[in-house]
Design a protein around this ligand. Structure first.
Ligand code: B3K
Ligand code: ZN
Length: 854
């Protein structure tokens, strides 16, 4: 029997339609006979009727599989091939399903299911990739114990759980923890390991390994330490221990995302685990540490407790992002982490929430679930947990978490289950809070103040604008952290959390001799847009005095934003009062250099475009770019005395370490260098480049040299130095696009896509090149549409190879309606060109349709 399972036709799936699967899976035995063109997968699965489910046909998912043989209780059967899988008549009681399929990993460029990367076999099954490996009920609420046998000549053969027997040409693995199929993993190839050990607090010895291609062993020690730190942190803070004898991490070059939390066998994009001083920047190190922690933390929040269905994705992702942010805050600097997270939220989640792709943290329908691994589900999902913790307090939060782990260990759970543990642990009614999961869009909070007879009042109103498929939203519970300062700058009301739960509400604070100044939404206590009419003097006062480090930074950002907006709209010069206030902060050596580096940054071009649009103006990308350039030039000239002083402070004299302290100094140094290079024609950058013994300094110098028009020789030298290293070459591809003037960047990106080292099949290289273009506001939105056209050409070509990465990158068009009619027409033309592509993938089709609003 040879039957090719057809591709599933697109259909919309709804949260409200959830129905349990009609059978439970008692155990799964899989045998893989590896061959690049023709891998055989033999499955042997015991099913039993699920008494909790309604009657239904026996259906197994399967896509792009060639069925060789199927049998029930040892008798060969001929299943009916249907859309997205197969159906077959089964006995009324328990039965054994056996099936053999053939797949071709070497031809799998979508990087979903079993595929090959540089000769290595690897898998990616979340969300719905397991159905490309064998026929199976590929849904997260079907959990089972897996035993795997891998046959092949590859020296290293890995799967989930603990190792079993192995010998010439085979290796066996057994995972005792029931899991959904999306957590299945297999890796086989010529790999070497960087080993480590961890002893859990109850005394279990765990063998740790980072598996890499020969030659990369020297880039594993940082990741190994991050893993050990994560294991310890989860024990100390959440009381969670690891539960297997081994924990394996594998680095893979071709991967659609950062990493994947498969049980006991995490698979990582090599860019998110390999690190060395020479090849990785400080930012790379910090990201690697956070991603290793994130995937490790999923062992409890995701694996031991998983999701009932994919609508509940934020249950594991929002919580795990929240946990990894806590980890980074504890290991590094909490204020710097908070500010960085908010910058990221505003850059990635706000545009999503305020545009055609807006969806609730728990979406209610989808066509392709891979399109919903979004900043809303992840980052806003984490913000929702942060708000919950603020509302119930730390002690109640950890009590609720203990209850969650006790009550739901081994479950496929829902947001209702999650909120119920908080209700049970605290006695609070969370029905209104639950709106954060179902209402999309960014709430807008307006605040006004009065001061009468010593009583200071703050009146808040909240409003959530309409979003696709949602209008007339109800007021949400919004925790607003507030502090008050007296005219001397002393704090007269320490941070207090106000609970805004009505459309309009007033809070009073009595007993003041003089009108205090309020610091509102401290620590960015809720993911909202705060609208407040305040004077520049009041902002300057907060910049000088606020005791909340986030709001001090925020005051500066607001002043920078207003300065840039008037430069863009009115052609005024920079606000010198603000710059003097900022200079005083920058000169304050008691402040962390990393914090001061953040103060030196302002709102980016895309954020300014959004603000202009909100205020009823049509953003002009060229004017935004020019204002940014002239402000930077003005700062450089005004701070001619300050810059050398800061540069001296930023010097690191000890041996390189990617810790918070040193990285903060180098971040400050980088910000200073970008201004200095405007004055010295790149001389300091050249000196830094020549002396650099680490990638952070080498790269920041190279960027400035390219900006100063002195990059060509250095770019060539950099290429010769690093052409053997794919991850460093990704930086080389990206930086020369983003550091060139907008007029040259599109042509450079185009030329780079024809470079011998460019490849469409490696997502990192594609993202490094086309992502640099689409992230460069003035270049991407060039008036002649060249940026839109180049990206579209490449997306159309990529869709046949890798739908997931194509669809994800389409989201750069989500803001198109902010721009002028001519630009909108140019974008529409490109979106329609993608829509018209023959055999457009389900992933890309859904994204483009949503962006177009059709
Ligand atoms: N859970 C994976 C993401 C899977 C994405 C599938 N398109 C990594 C993570 O969030 O940890
Ligand atoms: Zn995750």
């Amino acid at each position: 029997m040879k039957d090719q399972a057809p591709q599933a036709t697109p259909q919309t799936v709804y949260l409200k339609d959830y129905t349990p699967f009609g059978w439970t899976v008692e155990d799964v035995h899989l045998t893989f006979r590896l061959a690049p063109e023709a891998t055989r997968v033999l499955a042997s699965i015991h099913f039993a009727p699920n008494p909790a489910a309604p009657a239904q046909d026996f259906f197994l998912h399967g896509e792009e599989l060639t069925l060789i043989r199927a049998a029930i209780d040892g008798v060969e059967v001929a299943p009916q091939m249907v859309d997205g899988g197969l159906k077959v008549a089964v006995p009324a009681g328990p039965f054994l399903w056996e099936c053999e399929v053939e797949i071709a990993p070497v031809r799998n460029t979508a990087l979903e299911g079993l595929y090959m990367s540089n000769g290595m076999y690897c898998t990616q099954c979340e969300a719905e990739g397991f159905r490309k490996i064998t026929y199976y009920p590929d849904r997260p609420d079907v959990m089972s114990v897996f035993t795997v046998r891998i046959e092949g000549a590859e020296p290293v053969k890995l799967s989930n759980g603990n190792p079993g027997a192995s010998g010439e040409g085979f290796a066996e693995w057994h995972d005792p923890w029931p899991k959904p199929a999306y957590l299945f993993a297999l890796v086989a190839g010529e790999l070497v390991n960087f080993p480590g050990k961890f002893v859990t607090r109850s005394g279990r010895d765990v063998d740790l390994n980072i598996w890499v291609r020969p030659g990369d062993e020297g880039k594993c020690s940082f990741g190994m330490q991050a893993l050990k730190d994560s294991m310890k942190w989860d024990e100390d803070v959440y009381g969670r221990e690891y539960d297997l004898d081994v924990f394996n991490i594998v680095a893979v070059d071709d991967f659609n995302m950062g990493a994947m939390e498969n049980k006991g066998l995490n698979i990582f994009n090599s860019s998110c685990v390999l690190a060395s001083r020479e090849t990785s920047t400080d930012a790379n190190f910090e990201r690697i540490e956070a991603i290793i922690a994130h995937e490790y933390f999923h062992n409890w929040t995701g694996n031991r407790i998983t999701c009932r269905d994919w609508f509940q994705l934020c249950l594991k992702e929002g919580l795990t992002v929240y946990r990894d942010s806590q980890f980074t805050s504890d290991l590094r600097s909490a204020p710097v982490k908070r500010i960085s997270d908010v910058i990221d939220l505003r850059a990635r989640q706000f545009p999503e929430d305020q545009g055609p792709l807006s969806h609730p943290v728990r979406p209610e329908s989808f066509q392709e679930i891979n399109n919903f691994y979004t900043a809303t589900v992840y980052e806003k999902g984490a913000e929702v947990i942060g708000m919950l913790k603020l509302l119930v307090g730390d002690e109640a939060y950890y009590k609720a978490l203990d209850l969650y782990f006790d009550r739901h260990d081994g479950d496929a759970a829902t947001i209702e289950d999650w909120l119920k543990v908080f209700e049970d642990a605290t006695g609070r009614d969370l029905s209104q809070f639950k709106l954060w999961y179902s209402q999309s869009g960014t709430p807008r909070v307006k605040v006004s103040e009065t001061f009468v007879n010593g009583t200071y009042s703050l009146t808040f109103t909240q409003h959530s604008p309409d979003t696709p498929n949602q209008s007339g939203k109800a007021p949400q519970v919004i925790p607003i952290a507030v502090g008050l300062l007296n005219p001397n700058g002393d704090e007269v009301l320490p941070t207090t959390v106000l609970e805004l739960d009505q459309a309009e509400q007033t809070f009073e604070f009595g007993g003041f001799a003089a009108k205090p100044t309020s610091s509102i939404l401290r620590g960015f206590s809720a993911p909202v847009v705060l609208e407040r009419d305040t004077s520049p003097q009041e902002k300057a006062f907060l910049l000088a005095h606020d005791t909340d480090s986030f709001n001090r930074w925020e005051a500066n950002r607001d002043l920078a934003r207003e300065c840039l907006v008037s430069m863009i709209l009115d052609g005024t010069g920079p606000d010198t009062a603000w710059l003097d206030g900022l200079e005083a902060v920058l000169r304050d050596e008691t402040l962390d250099p990393a914090y001061r580096a953040l103060m030196m940054g302002g709102p980016g071009a895309a954020e300014l475009a959004q603000i202009l649009h909100e205020r009823g103006h049509t953003p002009d990308p060229e004017a935004i770019y020019d204002a940014g350039e002239s402000l930077a030039q003005f700062k450089a000239e005004r701070w001619v005395d300050l810059l050398p002083r800061l540069a001296a402070e930023a010097q690191v004299t000890e041996a390189y370490a990617p810790n918070a302290e040193q990285s903060g100094k180098r971040a400050l140094g980088g910000a200073v260098l970008s201004l200095l290079s405007r004055l010295d024609g790149g001389a300091a950058a050249k000196a830094q480049y020549d002396a650099a013994d680490n990638m952070t300094l080498q790269l920041s110098a190279l960027v400035q040299l390219v900006k100063a028009g002195k990059g060509d020789a250095v770019l060539a030298a950099f290429y010769d130095q690093w052409r053997h290293d794919r991850l460093v070459m990704d930086k080389w591809f990206g930086l020369q696009i983003s550091a060139l003037p907008p007029a040259e960047a599109v042509e450079r990106a185009d030329a780079l896509t024809r470079h011998a080292d460019f490849t469409m099949t490696n997502p990192n290289r594609f993202r490094a090149t086309l992502g640099a273009l689409s992230g460069y506001h003035a270049a991407f939105h060039r008036k002649d549409g060249a940026g839109y056209r180049l990206l579209t050409d490449k997306l159309i070509a990529l869709d046949d190879l890798n739908p997931q990465t194509t669809a994800r990158m389409c989201s750069v068009f989500q803001t198109w309606k902010r721009y002028d009619a001519a630009r909108q027409a140019l974008v529409r033309e490109q979106l329609e060109r993608i829509k018209a592509k023959p055999k457009l993938s389900r992933d890309t089709d859904e994204m483009v349709s949503r962006i177009l609003g059709v």
